[in-house]
Structures are given as C-alpha cells and as structure tokens.
Design a protein around this ligand. Structure first.
Ligand SMILES: [Zn+2]
Length: 196
C-alpha cells in the first residue's frame, strides 16, 4: 500500500523540473528502489559554427588565397561546440514505475553491449504533478510548510472560482488582510496628469 502510494507520487512529481525535488527523489529511490538495468542515452554533439567542425582556422590573403592554417580559436581545434556524449543511467524499479537515474557521462561510444537510446527523457507535467510534488515535499522536506507559506508565487489568482486557486487565494487574503486584492481600492488614473 505504502509502496503504491509513494511510487505513484514519485512518478508524477518526477515530471516537474523543480531542483529541490531531485535530492529527495534520490533518497527515496535509494531506500525503496531496485536496480534492474543500465541504459545509455546518446546526446548528439554540436559542431563548432566557426570552423564548421573542421577544427581549422584558415588565413586568406587579399586575393582570397589560403596562406596559413591554425587551430580554430573557438573550439581549440576540436571541431566541437558541444561534444557528443553518452549518459549512463540506472533503471530503478519502484512499485510499478521505472525511473532513470544518471550516474556517469562519457565522451566515447560504449564498447559494452548496453541498451542505447537517443535524445532526452520527456519531462512534461501531468495533471497530478503539482499535487504529487506538494505531498512529496510535505512528507520528505523538513520546514517545507514555512517555505511554501512564504512562497512569493502565492499571489492572487484572478480565476478565483477554480478549485486549484482556492488555497493560493486563501493564503493571499490571510497574509494581506484588507490590503489583499479583492478588497483593494482601484486607483483611477487621470489621463490629464500623464506626461505624454
Ligand atoms: Zn572550431
């Protein structure tokens, strides 16, 4: 039961890009996860735009003839702006979900027989992500309630009738009292006073 709840929360929270989440995720997976596989993710490199990947800088004279070569000053002769790289990831099973945990990066093609895939792992929020992240922080981060309460993002949401804004708007009113948005007086701007 506990496994299915925590793993569900972790799966949905994992779609977020919140930096504070990662150390907690690592702790949870170290405790409950089971390593099942290793995979390698290939990230394509980007060639140096200055030398178009040749690594050379050619000097031309006034007539357009090449008279000297040097290493490209932009990439020091490597030809790469970003070298192609291979990220090594542990596949960790927790509940019915599997997570990818990076542990190394190499710049040479792996010689071992490992499962390889190209490109990035998708991190798109699901509709449960914010809720799951909130609960994960609430359970695992000491002092989270303080951080959450003081969060600047708890500003007034104009779509107050949407349930997802209720907590944020309640906090806003509790914090600012009569100065909170719904009670604030609209200031009228007299257009004659404007300097333009
Ligand atoms: Zn270059």
């Amino acid at each position: 039961m506990k496994t299915s709840i925590i793993s569900w929360l972790l799966f949905h929270a994992n779609k977020s890009k919140d930096k504070k989440f990662y150390p907690i995720k690592n702790r949870i997976l170290e405790k409950y996860g089971r390593k099942t596989d290793t995979v390698v993710q290939f990230i394509e490199g980007k060639k140096c735009f200055n030398c178009r990947g040749t690594g050379n800088h050619t000097y031309y004279d006034w007539n357009g003839f090449a008279y000297d070569h040097d290493f490209c000053w932009n990439c020091n002769g490597s030809g790469w702006y970003k070298r192609p790289r291979w990220n090594w990831l542990d596949v960790v099973q927790f509940g019915k979900y599997s997570f990818h945990q990076p542990y190394a990066t190499t710049y040479e093609s792996p010689t071992e027989n490992v499962h390889q895939f190209e490109g990035y792992v998708e991190h798109t929020n699901t509709k449960y992500t914010e809720f799951a992240l909130f609960l994960i922080f609430l359970i695992y981060e000491r002092g989270f309630i303080n951080r959450w309460w003081n969060n600047e993002r708890h500003g007034w949401r104009s779509c107050w009738w949407l349930p997802r804004n209720w907590i944020k708007n309640t906090i806003h009113i509790l914090k600012h009292g009569r100065k909170s948005y719904p009670f604030r007086k609209r200031v009228k701007i007299n257009t004659d006073d404007l300097p333009f």
